[in-house]
Each structure stands twice: as C-alpha cells, then as structure tokens.
Design a protein. Structure first.
Length: 140
C-alpha cells in the first residue's frame, strides 16, 4: 500500500496589502507637503509680472497725456483700476511735473509678503514694498 503524498500548495498573493498602500499614501503626502508651498511661491512670483506690465502701460499713458498737456501731468490722473490679470490694484498720483504709479497686491496675491506693492515714477525709478528688496521684486 502506498502512502498518499500531501501536497502543500502555497497560496500566491495578488495585489497589495493595506500596509503597503498606506506607506505609499504617507510618502505622497510628505512629498506634497514639501512641494506645494514651493509651487505656490513660484506662482506668486510669476504673478508679479502682472504688476510690472500694467505699471509700464499706465506710465506710458501718463507720458502720452503729458505730451498733450505741454509736459504737465496734472489732469492726467487715472481712476484706480485692476491690473490685466486682476492680481493688483493700480493707482496714480500726479503733480505738475511728476507722477507715481502704484500696484498693490489684492486677492490671493496679497499673501505675497515679499512684494506687496510696486511703484514706478516719471523718471523710471522703480520701488517696492514688502520684505524683499526692490531689486528682488523687480527681478534685477
């Protein structure tokens, strides 16, 4: 009489265990928490070009107006308006022979504490407000 052989078949697993999935989720969360703030900062820096471009356009409009007024800026003031992409509020201040155009961050861009406002004058002098230097804000 022969003895039957017991065959032990190992059960093959298919898929992932709950622990493996949770480890992947934790890794993704850690990477996201590191990457997202950097992404937001780059977006804010990119939005600064909205202020710079709109300031240049407003300054050119004031220069054109002064040409029609015998080089006098009085009367060339513009009502406050939003920049092209809406990230900044643009205001102008004029005197007889000078002007200053200011772009102040608004909305989500107001959280950019490095460069909260930009200015440009009739001489082309650029300025900024915030924790960063004028050169850093204007990308010099």
């Amino acid at each position: 009489m022969s003895i039957p052989k017991l065959s032990l078949k190992l059960k093959q697993s298919h898929g992932f265990t709950l622990i493996e999935v949770m480890i992947v989720i934790v890794i993704i969360a850690v990477l996201g928490s590191v990457a997202y703030p950097s992404y937001v900062q780059y977006v804010r820096q990119g939005n600064r070009t909205d202020a710079m471009g709109t300031l240049a356009q407003a300054a050119q409009a004031l220069e054109r107006c002064s040409i029609n007024n015998n080089s006098i800026y009085t009367g060339c003031e513009q009502a406050a308006f939003d920049s092209a992409e809406g990230h900044y509020r643009i205001t102008t201040a004029t005197a007889a022979t000078t002007f200053t155009v200011t772009a102040t961050a608004q909305g989500a861009q107001a959280q950019d504490t490095e460069c909260t406002a930009f200015t440009i004058t009739n001489t082309g002098a650029q300025g900024s407000a915030g924790s960063a230097s004028t050169a850093e804000c204007w990308n010099k």
